[in-house]
Ligand binder design. Structure first.
Ligand SMILES: Cc1cc2nc3c(=O)[nH]c(=O)nc-3n(C[C@H](O)[C@H](O)[C@H](O)COP(=O)(O)OP(=O)(O)OC[C@H]3O[C@@H](n4cnc5c(N)ncnc54)[C@H](O)[C@@H]3O)c2cc1C
Length: 443
């Protein structure tokens, strides 16, 4: 297969590499074993913002098993076995009509189960359900010699915990057994609350988490008077028996491929934020909508990443413990003094960390900011990453584009252990990505 240029979802990272998609597991094994490429990396839906699923001069490998949602059987206990390339959307479409839902759901239905597990993804209810690791019972992982190892909390548990959150660097997840949760409806009742400043928003968000299943906040980081004002949208399952409003359906908007288009400019973003804040502050009533509409707002705009033009975007997601809210505020207010443009900022509350060695979430606040990939943005991020590390926080490696490798031991205290396990299962260093090379993860 010829090499070609591939992009990250943020379009800020590109690579010249081979990409092979196989329909049969034995073909993947054969390809990996016989690969003469300098490095192989599993690739799911390619929705990671940075260089997690890219490998320069190497081979990106995808397993596309057909008829993913056919024959999906959910046991009475909620256990379901799924293929690694199944998407979150396919899983929900197949199980929600049967009354089952994945407890931890990331913010796009296009993400694959393999990709979500490799990122130990979290949803808008982390303080209730932790990350996807908490509902993963078992994995089948193809390691670098082509064999498939079954691993769980008892059997080969080190491979299990190194693979969840392991960014594809221990092997390819061919299938997983997940424990689903019962639901009594497929809609949610959404409440929208606006807050004039960050401190009232944090307080309001905490109050909401006591009673609601899901919550997420959008922050306006562009208003000069009250940076950090925002909107909390919380939701709980709408139970059968309550009179049900018709769920609103959204048509997908399509954004063309970037040429010289870049609409993410300060005046446009400011107007958008003012309008969004104003409209949200008028929203008084509870609204009933489908779970998907609530959980996947960005999926309504197909290829929204193209809005950032040719140079693309960076998503900077970090987490800070509660005692460090002053640093959170400082980061938010600090944008005033730079020309880095925090176009979109989303705040979530996190609870217990998972046991996976490279898991991102731990108790505290996590803020994900989308910025145009400019030098000013990189400078701003790097300026604060060391402060975040010193404050017992960390950046999300599943989304990162530029963290300094020297900060990782501080941010991820189990990194050295993860490296030992990774090496044990891949002694020849077959699995590599541009991220693993940049951060010296597999040396
Ligand atoms: C709009 C949007 C919303 C998002 N919301 C959230 C969110 O709410 N919470 C959250 O935690 N994350 C979120 N993410 C990030 C997303 O969960 C991760 O980037 C995820 O890894 C993407 O999965 P993918 O299938 O696109 O995989 P890719 O981008 O192709 O790969 C991502 C990583 O997973 C590895 N990988 C992929 N498939 C496999 C496999 N079968 N076996 C082993 N490794 C594999 C790759 O090697 C790579 O390291 C969001 C991303 C987007 C674009």
């Amino acid at each position: 297969m010829p090499k070609m240029i591939s992009h990250s979802w943020g379009n800020n990272k590109r690579t010249f590499a081979e990409h092979q998609t196989h329909f049969q597991i034995p073909n993947v094994a054969e390809t990996i074993v016989n690969s003469h490429s300098s490095g192989v990396i599993p690739r799911g839906a390619g929705r990671s913002y940075g260089d997690q699923a890219l490998v320069s001069d190497g081979l990106m490998i995808s397993l596309t098993q057909q008829d993913n949602s056919m024959d999906l059987e959910v046991h009475n206990s909620g256990l379901v076995s799924v293929k690694g390339d199944m998407t979150i959307g396919e899983l929900l479409d197949a199980t929600m009509p049967l009354g089952w839902i994945l407890p931890a759901i990331p913010g796009s239905q296009h993400i694959t189960i393999g990709g979500a597990l490799a990122a130990d993804a979290h949803g808008k209810n982390h303080w209730h359900q932790s990350s996807i690791a908490s509902c993963c019972q078992e994995l089948n992982v193809m390691i670098s010699d082509g064999t498939i190892i079954r691993c769980n909390r008892e059997v080969e548990n080190q491979l299990f915990w190194a693979t969840i959150g392991g960014l594809g660097l221990t092997g390819l997840i061919t299938s997983a057994t997940l424990r689903l949760q019962r639901i009594t409806g497929t809609s949610v009742q959404v409440q929208t609350r606006t807050y004039k400043n960050l401190s009232s928003l944090l307080k309001g968000f905490e109050d909401v988490t006591a009673s609601e299943e899901y919550a997420v906040a959008w922050l306006d980081l562009l208003t000069s008077r009250q940076p950090g004002r925002g909107v909390v949208r919380s939701a709980s399952i709408y139970h059968q028996g309550q009179t049900m409003a018709k769920p609103k359906r959204f048509n997908q908007i399509h954004i063309p491929k970037p040429r010289n288009l870049n609409v993410v400019l300060p005046p446009i973003c400011r107007s958008h934020n003012n309008l969004k804040y104003l409209i949200s502050s008028k929203a008084r009533d509870l609204r009933v909508t489908s779970i998907q509409n609530y959980l996947f707002p960005l999926d309504r705009v197909r290829n929204w990443n193209h809005l950032y033009g040719k140079s693309g975007l960076i998503q900077w997601q970090f987490i800070l413990p509660d005692k460090e809210t002053s640093l959170l505020e400082e980061i938010i207010v600090g944008f005033r003094k730079t020309s880095a443009l925090p176009a979109l900022a989303v705040l979530k509350r996190c609870g217990e960390a998972s046991e996976s060695y490279l898991s991102f979430c731990s108790p505290g606040w996590t803020l994900a900011i989308d910025l145009p990939a400019t030098q000013d943005s990189y400078r701003y991020i790097n300026e604060y990453n060391s402060r975040i590390a010193s404050a017992e926080g960390r950046v999300n490696l599943a989304k990162d584009s530029c963290v300094d490798a020297d900060l990782l031991d501080k941010m991820y205290p189990k990194l050295a252990h993860w490296k030992t396990i990774q090496k044990r299962f891949d002694p020849q260093g077959i699995w590599q990505s541009d991220l693993s090379r940049r951060l010296l993860l597999c040396n």
